[in-house]
Ligand binder design. Sequence first.
Ligand code: NAP
Length: 292
Amino acid sequence: MTIIDGRGIARRRQEVLHREVARLEEKGIVPTIAPILVGEEGSARVYYRAKARLAEKLGIRYAGVELPTDTREEELLSVIASLNVDPRVDGIFIELPLPRHISWEAVSRSVVPEKDIDGINPMSMGLMLAMSGRAKNYRQLSDRADVLLPATPMAVMEILLEIGVSLAGSEAVVIGRSLSVGRPLSLLLLTEGATVTICHSKTRSIDKITRRADVLCVAVGRSRFLTSGMVKQGAVIVDIGINVSAEGIVGDVDYEAVATKASLITPVPGGVGPMTTTMIMANTVKCALNRA
Ligand code: NAP
């Protein structure tokens, strides 16, 4: 079994991004990311700060906006509207969770597709779906200037391709069907030629399905959900889950037991997470390149 070094893969990608940013700056364009944090929720703040650190490392300008918990929805929409038209801002990112009184649907619609670095606008999702039908593979889709893919599914695809997992013709199983992770990841795996099955809370005999998987991606949000009995010998396991437990941050996979059966496995932390933040920066650089 080999542990997939998500941090190492992310670092190598960051070196490439750093050079791209330097080239853009020579042309007078400073890629700029504007994450928006509403309220004091701990995990949202952790991600907000992580973006600030990585942006600084890469030479990307960080134009974060912090708003209090009692910010009204119209106020947030007006902040987004001004970032949408600010010519110095390339990428807009909304930190989650938002306070309950703010509608995610309204917010996600309000980010213009050209600056939508996590692919949350229905227009961005539509473009991803439409263009996936025209692309021969994932790379052709992700390389398109007019398509911004959601960061976490992108992170998973980039990791799998980087370590040389052959997806075309493989049996891929995704557990989780959320709009931000499970659904788009299934589409990207399909675009790369995998035969994809999506499992969710209503799936019957889930273990029968997961045991077929050559590549098994888990995005459920429950500690140690995937046990070794659910896994085929030699499968590639991608653990997307981030759960806070008494032991600290753990994934959705019962790591020690599943690792004995897997050929390759992502750890948590240090797997998909670092690559996700890197993909947010990659999308910001793409937006800046489009501006250039
Ligand atoms: P979500 O919106 O809560 O979706 C969870 C999915 O899991 C749903 O589709 C749900 O099915 C399914 N599910 C729940 N219980 C199940 C069960 N017993 N059997 C089968 N499926 C079940 O969560 P998410 O946003 O996709 O996030 C999933 C996990 O990934 C979380 O731990 C989150 O923190 C993590 N995450 C990590 C990153 C990263 O960068 N590594 C990024 C984003 C999210 P139904 O649709 O039927 O309810």
